[in-house]
Design a protein. Structure first.
Length: 334
């Protein structure tokens, strides 16, 4: 039986160039030719990312092996090999400790409040800034808004102390007008709102950059066509802008859920003594005080490993939900 290429070659007039024979799987079967070709072609790019891969391995993946101390009565004087293996004993102590569950509850509560009040703020800022026509004014506002991201938490807490603390501007203004001064920096009942306001002031402008980049990828012709069809600003926002931002919103929401048990360390440890551990004790500060400060490294590693496993499960569940609603999420199966 002859192939189509062979039949066409036989019937072709003399002097004409024969069509190439179809490729077979011999080259792929021999192996090595494809990846060697890509290696010769892309070796400068691979060389550029090599330092990043080395740093990632040394400072992220190699230390992950140290999680074995969560199953040991670890002592730094004898090392991992000399420490006694206790199995899930550290986790049993961890889950039976009421202070641990109090820290988990505080962490999840703060995460939920920040998802409601903090997460939409960068989106709103990006939409407002994108509507500014003047490029110079937009650049100025953008620079002013995301500048606090580069401030340390020590400076941020100090600024809030000077504004709403017991000797701050708000308290002095109330005293000058005959009212009783308030100290919002030492009230446990409003501490969640306080740390949320601090996070918004510090990081909302920085998160706005991601949504501004997403807005720049939306085709302006869609807005022109919608305006020609009579769609007002609200309808263009609802039917063009928000659907264009939805993949980025879903992606960042998944990543935020993965960090649900991580709300920050410096911000809370700086204010823990002012409001008390019942309000400001989160999982990161609990690991510091109960694990690292007293030298119970196995117990602290168990708490950290619990946080990592819960974050991984939340990312997988949220990513699965993103696939169900038609979004790519963090990753997708090929």
């Amino acid at each position: 039986m002859t192939t189509v290429a062979e039949d066409s070659a036989r019937t072709a007039p003399a002097g004409t160039k024969r069509p190439p024979a179809p490729r077979t799987g011999r080259r792929r079967a021999r192996g090595g030719a494809g990846w060697r070709h890509r290696l010769r072609r892309d070796w400068p790019l691979l060389l550029m990312v090599l330092p990043v891969i080395v740093l990632l391995g040394v400072f992220h993946y190699v230390p992950t092996l140290g999680n074995v101390i969560a199953f040991q009565d670890y002592s730094p004087y004898v090392g991992i090999r000399g420490s006694e293996f206790v199995g899930f004993g550290n986790f049993g102590r961890l889950f039976s400790e009421p202070a641990f569950w109090q820290a988990v509850t505080n962490t999840l509560t703060i995460t939920a409040v920040q998802l409601v009040f903090f997460f939409p703020v960068p989106i709103g800022l990006a939409l407002l800034l994108n509507s500014v026509l003047s490029v110079r004014l937009r650049t100025l506002i953008q620079g002013v808004v995301y500048l606090p991201h580069f401030f340390s938490w020590v400076l941020v807490v100090s600024l809030f102390q000077q504004m709403i603390g017991g000797a701050g501007l708000l308290a002095q203004s109330l005293r000058a007008n005959g009212y009783e001064a308030v100290d919002l920096m030492t009230r446990p009942d409003t501490f969640i709102l306080l740390v949320t306001a601090q996070s918004i002031w510090k990081d909302a402008g920085w998160g706005m950059i991601v949504f501004l980049a997403a807005l720049s990828t939306i085709n302006p012709a869609l807005y022109e066509a919608a305006a020609a069809d009579g769609a007002n600003r609200r309808r263009r926002l609802w039917h063009i802008t928000l659907p264009g931002l939805r993949p980025v919103i879903v992606l960042l929401l998944i990543l935020r859920l993965g960090d649900a048990l991580t709300v920050g360390f410096e911000q809370f440890i700086l204010q823990r003594s002012a409001v008390g551990g019942d309000a400001a004790e989160v999982l990161d500060t609990y690991v510091y005080y109960q694990g690292l400060l007293v030298g119970d490294f196995g117990y602290g590693a168990a708490a950290g490993l619990f946080k990592g496993v819960v974050g991984l499960v939340l990312v997988l569940v949220a990513n699965r939900f993103a696939h169900l609603v038609g979004e790519q999420g963090v990753y997708s199966r090929s």
